[in-house]
Design a protein. Sequence first.
Length: 132
Amino acid sequence: ELNQAISIIPASLIVCEMLFRDIKDTIMLLKEKKDLSYEEILYKMTGKRFLDIASFIAQKWDFSQNTINLIKEIDKKDEDCSLDICFLKLLLVYEMSRPMMIKSGLSDLFDITLPKDEYVVEKFYKIIQSEE
């Protein structure tokens, strides 16, 4: 279920890109003049936040309710989260901090409260470093 929750993020990014594609100039103007993030613009356009869209896609793809709940949990501002949710949050922040994502502005789609548990954060970065 964790893998499914992770796998839905790229599909959700593609959906957002498709929503923004035809109005790139307007999006850039809103970002510059109104200082709005992509997430705020997305919400004003659709009434949905990025992870709402991810949950909707997971539902349409018949993912389990547990997977859908995992995706919804990412959005909670609770700093005391389960290990799965903490790792999902850290993975999203890690991926969105890559130069390509920052340059594209897609990192603006996430406003994630990171876990405060230093042990969990340390363990996550050890795993990431061993994978690279």
